[in-house]
Design a binder for this molecule. Structure first.
Ligand code: SF4
Ligand code: SF4
Length: 165
């Protein structure tokens, strides 16, 4: 191939390539935009319930939680995000019982793997989808999950099912 035809071949290939690129740009210019304008859209923002943002320990209206301070979540947490302080007490019937004193969770360390939630035998933990947790002081990411004055919820004794005759 002569150098002249090589020149024109290259030129047309370049123009074709440019036109192809410009056609994509032109189509995208008129396509409906889907950019979410955050934080302007805060009131209408929908965050999936399954989105894991912050570990919590649900308390009921009596300020009672379900944590028995067994330590299983601490053992299963891969990076030491949870710290538990417990104490032994004597119950009214003279039995020794371990209760939770303080449940500390470091949001800054958490990888949101959910292992603590799924391995808790008492179903005492839950992930919330509250995602606006940005702060200026790292130490504020360390949270105490059990509320002040809270206590362990007593397990309700299940009524045995009637025996069929
Ligand atoms: S949250 Fe669950 S696994 Fe962790 S100490 Fe409490 S009862 Fe045990
Ligand atoms: S979600 Fe994972 S990293 Fe976070 S506290 Fe639970 S076990 Fe630890």
């Amino acid at each position: 191939m002569s150098s002249v035809s090589q020149y024109f071949s290259g030129l047309f290939t370049g123009i074709r390539s440019l036109m192809k690129g410009m056609s994509v740009t032109w189509v995208e210019l008129w396509t409906k935009k889907v950019t979410a304008q955050y934080p302007e859209n805060r009131d209408t923002l929908v965050i999936s319930d399954r989105f894991r943002c912050e570990l919590t320990m649900p308390h009921d209206t009596n300020n009672e939680h379900a944590c028995t301070a067994c330590g299983i979540c601490v053992m299963n947490c891969p990076n030491g995000t949870i710290n538990i302080v417990s104490e032994m007490i004597e119950t009214a019937d003279g039995k020794k019982k371990k209760i939770l004193k303080q449940y500390t969770y470091d949001l800054g360390m958490c990888t949101f793997c959910n292992l603590c939630v799924v391995t808790c035998p008492s179903n005492a933990l839950k992930f919330e989808n509250t995602f606006e947790n940005a702060i200026f002081t790292r130490s504020k990411l360390v949270q105490t999950l059990n509320h002040e004055g809270s206590k362990l919820r007593e397990k309700k004794k299940e009524t045995p099912a009637p025996v069929a005759e």
